[in-house]
Design a protein around this ligand. Structure first.
Ligand SMILES: Nc1nc2c(ncn2[C@@H]2O[C@H](COP(=O)(O)OP(=O)(O)O)[C@@H](O)[C@H]2O)c(=O)[nH]1
Ligand SMILES: [Mg+2]
Length: 448
């Protein structure tokens, strides 16, 4: 999901050696600056980031580890803005969220995604409220979305007054003990007084726990400006960036929180209901630096397999026991997880590969089919411990899966490396190990 940004950071990191001089630092920073600007990060944000990384690195002594540390600290400060992070439940349910934004920004879709996320990941009872009565099709769109995800909708086509709808919906939510109420509102193509007046009336009727602003990331800096106006006029507590999968360069995600001074809470990257990711600054920092996000991956997986299984899996990864049986199981569940691109970015060491594998179609990819064919012909014991495979077994497996023995060796080796890497980075010492490894690599890529 953050390919462009991650590329910018990882290639800057590679430019600095374990011990290095000011010239190298300058060179790395200049390059980082260029690529961030190219990715559409606002120039003031870039300036601030580069300046602080330079100061912090010099303070600690120029070298790869210090550079990494400085970047991590500065990025974290940049992304972490005062206010709630992720999704916060109100002390007294229901938690009421008012969804706002311009027309076409992705409010209705995002309301559906958020409802889906709350239902599947947090096991909450959610009521979605259709308070966009401006467009004829708006209620119908929400009806289809909520039916698809199996979440209840409150709508009332007898009235054109969103305030009435919201009042009735709130009464229902309280009586029927809903955990969360998500209110989808009308937008306009641009900010106007009428819209703001309607929103204020709806806001006062709903008395929301939080107001989310949905910003279309494809509109770049415009998204930042409109978010600022919404903040001034009705007050917003969080931003959700939508359409992050589009060909936007992604830079807006880096600057929006610090520019608007409101935390970025979620990112929507795709048209499917599962394509919503929670934005937690310290996890994102790791991903931006190409270090993956084991925690996020485990959570996302828990959405599809159950929580116990996900814990077991994390434990297995930590102990280096992740095997081909787990792999097959994961492949099956991953189909339900939304876009491959965002998943790959969460796997340590795989960030670089996410571009290549980004549009991989799990069901139809030749490579995955081969791996599956290969794994299916192994005995359960062999899947647990591929080291049991001797040459003649490998040869037979290759034949069975329609490949050369060379391919079998390659797949086994890749798998072993991936499992090793995952283990390494999932432990408490993971980040330290990674830094050490990167310093030793001196500009090389991750070993495959
Ligand atoms: N590719 C992509 N399309 C999105 C995303 N979010 C919303 N859309 C599309 O953007 C269009 C407008 O979305 P909608 O939710 O109706 O916007 P609203 O007017 O703010 O309610 C629809 O065609 C959605 O499918 C996203 O994250 N990725
Ligand atoms: Mg809408």
């Amino acid at each position: 999901m953050f390919d462009t940004l991650t590329d910018s950071f990882t290639s800057a990191i590679k430019k600095i050696r374990f011990h290095d001089d000011e010239k190298a630092l300058k060179k790395a920073l200049t390059e980082l600056k260029k690529s961030l600007l190219k990715a559409d990060v606002h120039h003031k944000v870039v300036k601030e980031l580069i300046g602080r990384v330079e100061i912090e690195t010099k303070k600690a002594g120029i070298g790869k580890d210090q550079f990494l540390d400085a970047m991590r600290t500065v990025l974290y400060d940049l992304l972490k803005t005062d206010g709630n992070q992720g999704f916060v439940f109100a002390a007294n349910p229901p938690t009421v969220i008012l969804m706002t934004g311009l027309q076409g920004s992705g409010k209705t879709t995002t309301t559906g995604k958020l409802a889906h996320w709350l239902k599947e990941q947090k096991k909450k009872k959610v009521l979605v409220v259709a308070a966009d009565l401006q467009r004829m099709a708006a209620v119908e769109q929400l009806r289809q979305i909520t039916a698809q995800i199996g979440v209840e909708l409150y709508d009332d086509e007898a009235t054109k007054n969103p305030v009435e709808v919201v009042q009735a919906a709130m009464a229902k939510a309280k009586n029927s003990l809903y955990d969360v109420v998500l209110i989808d509102t009308a937008g306009r193509l641009a900010i106007d007084e009428e819209l703001m007046d309607e929103l204020k009336a709806v806001r006062d009727a709903a008395n929301p726990s939080e107001i989310f602003y949905v910003a279309d990331s494809l509109t770049g800096q415009d998204a930042v400006r409109t978010a600022q106006s919404f903040k001034e006029q009705i007050g917003i507590d969080g931003v959700i960036l939508s359409k992050y999968d589009g060909d936007s360069k992604g830079g807006v995600a880096l600057g929006i929180a610090s520019q608007v001074q409101v935390p970025l809470r979620f990112i929507g990257a795709g048209e499917k209901m599962a394509d919503l990711e929670i934005f937690i600054p310290d996890r994102i920092v790791n991903r931006l630096m190409g270090l993956g996000d084991i925690e996020g991956l485990a959570e996302k997986t828990a959405n599809v397999i159950d929580e116990k299984q996900a814990k077991k899996l994390t434990q297995k990864i930590k102990k280096g026991q992740f095997n081909f049986n787990d792999f097959l199981e994961q492949m099956e569940s991953m189909k339900k997880l939304g876009s491959m691109k965002s998943l790959m970015g969460m796997i340590p060491g795989m960030g670089n590969m996410s571009k290549a594998l980004g549009d991989l179609d799990l069901e139809n990819s030749q490579e995955i089919k081969q791996i599956k064919a290969l794994v299916s012909s192994m005995t359960p014991k062999e899947r647990e411990n591929p080291d049991l495979l001797n040459n003649s077994r490998k040869q037979r497996l290759a034949k069975g899966a329609g490949m050369e023995q060379m391919d079998v060796n390659r797949i086994l080796k890749q798998f072993k490396n991936a499992a090793k890497m995952a283990k390494k980075f999932s432990g408490k010492k993971g980040m330290q190990d990674l830094q050490n490894m990167m310093s030793q690599m001196q500009g090389g890529g991750f070993p495959r």
